[in-house]
Design a binder for this molecule. Structure first.
Ligand code: ADP
Length: 481
């Protein structure tokens, strides 16, 4: 795992002796968000559409009053019910979704199909077999599928079928919760859209808005067809009228449950409310690996165009291909030594170590470097250029171990990550699944190891129960990939 790594087999370190005593751990949430500029007005009282029993009266693509109530109601029922109990393919769709087992069968535009095959995608993944065609048909989609199963390509391929390349205007927008994810999505879009002549632009916070305005400006003869944005910057561009909802045919909320929850909720609500007037025809796709019932209920207010809902049971998102292990410790302060022991004995391709706070990420990096390990850390307090540099160097395999906050928990796709270590368990249960989903991408083998103090042993038990998956004690000899 590190420059000190020697042998292939992992021996559970000497310190791996389970016994219990209570230690408190700092676990302040550190999910990094793009913030809306301070000038963002409150949206309360200005909904342009949607009747909801929640506090979500989202305007949303759809000036949705135009859509029949019966459709809305059927979705409402199916989303809530699916999220709570059954799941799978939408009950709002009586025909049950047809699954398209090959990309050829989907009758995609030829240039797009070339991009798909050139990306090395031979066959569609499960979610791609089900959700690309509804997107192509302009239907609203709520798509939940495990991490690493090709959701990004799903919504990009589906959305690209709706883009008219000859039009010099923004026609598709993907909102991502982090810059890193937006950047990655932009790169996938570039590859898929290359033969179509698709133009895309990445517009995220932290860098000046001038380039965005230039690209999107009236005089521009090369306005991007696709915009990948973070919520704050998107709001800014809408306010400046650099992007007009009227031209947008497809709006995707990636990591939708995060975007519709706590920190982002108001931002998204603002974007989808007056004074921005969204046409009824703008299609909405909500995509995530996790979806809790309360969020699914919120999401329902956005789904109005003959929607398709694909939800999964909690135990279906628990990532069968990833072997989950733990090391139970007496105290938090034993974790560092245990991690060093572990790192000395592991040979893996790449590894991400998750912690809960920015301060902890810096501290751990410092401590590990002192022990002779060559690694980096990444978190939201960091200068944007430095954040990008470290991410690029990790993607390129120059750095094999990266310590991260939940900034990297969602969506990030580095195929070489074969091991995720939770130095601290995450504050949210959903992020546990997202974190371990950084390994084992697209069916590859992966493993996770939780370092637990006594308090976390109990938290892990709750996670195990919720996802219906046992986390085993790390065996003395383990071959990690
Ligand atoms: P998710 O968004 O579901 O977490 P991604 O879209 O990031 O997953 O995809 C995970 C990995 O699988 C990526 O490296 C991507 O290139 C690859 N991938 C996606 N679709 C296919 C496919 N049909 N065939 C092969 N690889 C695929």
């Amino acid at each position: 795992m590190s420059s000190r790594g020697r042998s292939r087999a992992v021996k559970a370190p000497a310190s791996v002796v389970s016994s219990v005593s209570v230690v408190s751990v700092v676990s302040e949430s550190n999910v990094v968000v793009e913030s809306v500029p301070e000038s963002v007005p409150s949206t309360q009282g200005t909904p342009t559409f949607g009747k909801s029993d929640s506090d979500w009266d989202i305007a949303a693509p759809a000036a949705a009053k135009s859509v029949t109530e019966s459709v809305t109601n059927s979705v409402t029922n199916s989303v809530t019910e699916s999220a709570e109990s059954v799941a799978s393919v939408a009950e709002s769709d009586p025909d049950v979704l047809k699954e398209y087992k090959s990309f050829d069968e989907m009758e995609l535009p030829e240039e797009l199909l070339r991009g798909v095959y050139a990306s090395g995608f031979e066959r569609p993944s499960d979610i791609q077999t089900k959700a690309i065609i509804p997107m192509k048909e302009g239907r609203d989609v709520l798509a939940q599928a495990p991490s690493g199963t090709g959701k990004t390509a799903m919504f990009l391929i589906g959305g690209f079928t709706r883009i008219d390349i000859s039009r010099n205007e923004v026609q598709m927008v993907v909102i991502s919760p982090t810059r890193e994810l937006a950047d990655q999505t932009g790169n996938v879009a570039k590859a898929l859209g290359t033969f179509m002549g698709l133009r895309y632009h990445l517009a995220t916070g932290g860098v000046g808005v001038d380039t965005d305005l230039e690209k999107l400006g009236r005089g521009s003869t090369a306005i991007p067809h696709l915009l990948v944005v973070t919520p704050g910057r998107f709001y800014d561009l809408l306010t400046r009228k650099a992007v007009k909802p009227a031209t947008i045919r497809v709006l995707v909320l990636d990591e939708a449950d995060q975007l519709l929850d706590a920190k982002f909720k108001e931002q998204i609500q603002t974007i989808m409310s007056e004074p921005f007037i969204w046409p009824a025809s703008t299609q909405v796709a909500l995509v995530s690996a996790t979806m809790i019932p309360a969020i699914a209920a919120t999401a329902k207010t956005l789904l109005v165009r003959n929607p398709v809902t694909i939800l999964r049971e909690a135990d279906e998102v628990s990532l069968e291909g990833i072997r989950q292990f733990c090391i139970k410790l007496d105290r938090e302060d034993q974790k560092l030594m245990t991690l060093c022991d572990l790192s000395d004995h592991l040979t893996i391709k790449q590894c991400t170590i998750f912690v809960n706070t920015r301060a902890k990420a810096e501290w751990l990096m410092e401590q590990m470097r002192r022990q002779g390990f060559d690694l980096d850390c990444i978190h939201g307090d960091m200068d944007l250029k430095e954040r990008k540099r470290r991410m690029d160097s990790f993607r390129a395999g120059k750095i094999r171990v990266l310590i991260a906050t939940d900034l990297l928990a969602r969506g990030i796709d580095v195929q070489q990550i074969s091991l995720v270590i939770n130095y601290e368990l995450p504050v949210s249960r959903e992020n546990y699944i997202h974190r371990i989903g950084r390994s084992g991408r697209f069916g590859r083998k992966g493993a996770s190891i939780n370092l637990l103090d006594a308090r976390e042993v109990r938290i892990q038990a709750e996670i195990e129960e919720f996802y219906g998956k046992k986390v085993e004690d790390l065996p003395m000899d383990l071959d990690i990939y």
